[in-house]
Design a binder for this molecule. Sequence first.
Ligand code: GDP
Ligand code: MN
Length: 362
Amino acid sequence: EHPDIDRAKLATNAYIRPELLGKRDRQQIGIENATILMLTRNWELPGVLDAMRSLEDRFNRDYKYPWTFLNDEPFTDDFIEKTSLMASGKTEYGLIPEEEWSKPKWINDTRMQESMDKMVEDDVIYAGSLSYRNMCRFNSGFFYKQELVKKYDYYFRVEPNVEYMCDFQYDPFTLMRKNGKLYGFIITIHEYEATIPTLWDTIEKFMDKYPEYIHENNAFEFITNKDIIGNIGLNVNSHSRYNLCHFWSNFEIGSLEFFRSKAYNDFFDFLEETGNFYYERWGDAPVHTLAVSLLMDKNKIHYFDDIGYYHEPFLSCPTSNMLKTNNRCICKKNTKTIDLTPHSCLSRWWKFGSGRNFLKEF
Ligand code: GDP
Ligand code: MN
């Protein structure tokens, strides 16, 4: 063998977690009770196939986990045919019950319209969209209640047009189960403040009402700016402020058991009662993040630092050349990884979250 190959191997082995070596077996089959989950519309089919192709090639063709597609309208035959052919595992297609995809009757339409108009004036993204609000509410409180999803323990959320930049060296569901992880993310950034003006107020009221739900080893410091003086974040006069950091929920690997818990459902109901999924434009990303950060042991949150992921406009790719080479990463040319920019909350996660928590068992 050429000496360079030896050196490359040595370097690679020195970096890669020894517990992951030898896991890339092209004939594996998924053993977890898990599904890949995509909420989408029929017209998004080309982007759906792109995302599927990427995840299948990078991960799922070795494991053949089932795909679950959800929609507020019936999927077309064309959608079903093309996605089932793109998938290595089985596919299932669910129709969302109407009341889980529409504003509750008690929402005041005049108030909603006025606040939408105001947000449109302020150039808030998706300010005037009712369907976007339905989507955020659905992803906050209803995805885990769907008939097709009930049978699973874990889900891997995928959106149309996303891309995975590296080979998965292991089954992420198995990693979650064996290490007792309940929530996994890749990108964490700041939310647009104008979409959630009263969310933190509501969270503070929730914490007052249900102190028993707040985990003693929570990630409160990750989501608040106790340590930072300045005008970042909300509620300058209250005792704590939300710093707007959230896990970007278009990528998520999570425990459905967590979302089915009484704690999470009381949390969602408390938020729902305010009507602010409609009056404001609360996103499922800050909602999930605040729940996960407060109700969960922060050591059960896992940062997937070795997968690489792109959802417009942000890319996260491993920075280590060893890791990139070993995992066959193709990071987009001319696109900088978000993680080292001020928009990212990753450094905060390293400091106040569970950082790079080494895996106990894998
Ligand atoms: P963004 O990432 O916040 O810009 O929002 P997206 O447009 O990507 O929507 C988030 C997810 O919800 C994607 O998987 C979309 O396909 C899905 N989605 C958004 N709006 C609708 C809708 O009206 N109906 C359905 N069925 N899916 C939707
Ligand atoms: Mn998206």
